[in-house]
Design a binder for this molecule. Sequence first.
Ligand code: SAH
Ligand code: SF4
Length: 374
Amino acid sequence: MTANLLDFDLEGLAAWCGSLGEKRYRAVQLFRWIHQKGAADFDRMSDLAKSLRAQLATGAELRALPVAAEHRSADGTVKWLFDVGAGDAVESVYIPEAERGTLCVSSQAGCAVGCRFCSTGHQGFSRNLTTGEIIAQLWHAEHSLRGTLGLAEGARAVDNVVMMGMGEPLQNYAALVPALRTMLDDHGYGLSRRRVTVSTSGVVPMIDRLRVDCPVALAVSLHAPDDALRDSLVPLNRKYPIAELLAACVRYLEAAPRDFITFEYCMLDGVNDSVGQAHALVQLLKPRLACKLNLIPFNPFPASGLKRSPAERVQDFAHVLQDAGIVTTVRKTRGDDIAAACGQLAGEVQDRTGAGARMARRRVEIPIALEGRA
Ligand code: SAH
Ligand code: SF4
């Protein structure tokens, strides 16, 4: 069977090269060609032995994801819709800022968690992405943007990756970890572990495993200060209630004491946005752990029956948290003209790509990880 080289982290590639009788340094060279230089053509890899190149030509490939659509916003935001086959599509969004570029990456086609406010959740689960499909989103973004942004030799486009696209990354753990390791690897994308964020709705056992296997930055989608409300918004809470989730967060920070957890909180009109709920949140978080709060303006979609909180209420909520000493940001939305903000993508995808009925049925949800101080 032909191996997809994007499926391997460096150790995996070294083992695969080993099976061909090649030494580890050959795997390092190959890994650098793929991830640092963006080479997909083995003939270009001039420092590899001809015999290895011949073996690669017959037994390996670099399986990039077909781009079903690409949209560029006036503010520089770029959004790609990738075709992952069988009518499924996933999306990645690049958000440029003055100091850095952030890429929002998907981990699954659909999502099984089924949060009430999330259009991906409403569509249900299709399948896990492979490691190669997760990394292919970064590979494509990084290497296509270097050209279109006209970056100098050695400069990189993506400085920050957030696993905040479609899907629950910690329900696709086996594929996620090698992808994260490739992002962190100095021979790969060389991102520091604070610049790679896994966002989760709270899969407690996997938070514990991530702490051991690959402790990158952690964002937890909280959305409610008590179990009754969280049960109704994030069904996974019935399995892993808030106390267990926060205990896992505390353990996570024990491994990295200078870090903090980012809690995401989607502001839903009349549901979770009262000043009383803000105080309850302070009581819940303040005594337990170092954290930041990221308040996300809800991007409505008809099936949710929910509405975005008015800006004033978001400000009042933020002030309660800030007065209690919790660093709180209100997420700005970007790429409005290309509908790249959270929950906005579905209709747009249906309208413009014409990529087939099944793909069109699959709504895509990309939160924009750009923050502005409240
Ligand atoms: N499954 C993971 C990561 C993907 S969702 C998680 O839930 O954390 C990433 C973020 O987008 C989550 O914080 C989620 O709450 C938020 N989100 C989902 N739907 C949204 C919507 N309609 N409007 C605003 N934010 C939304
Ligand atoms: Fe899944 Fe995250 Fe959407 Fe919940 S918010 S349904 S966990 S993608």
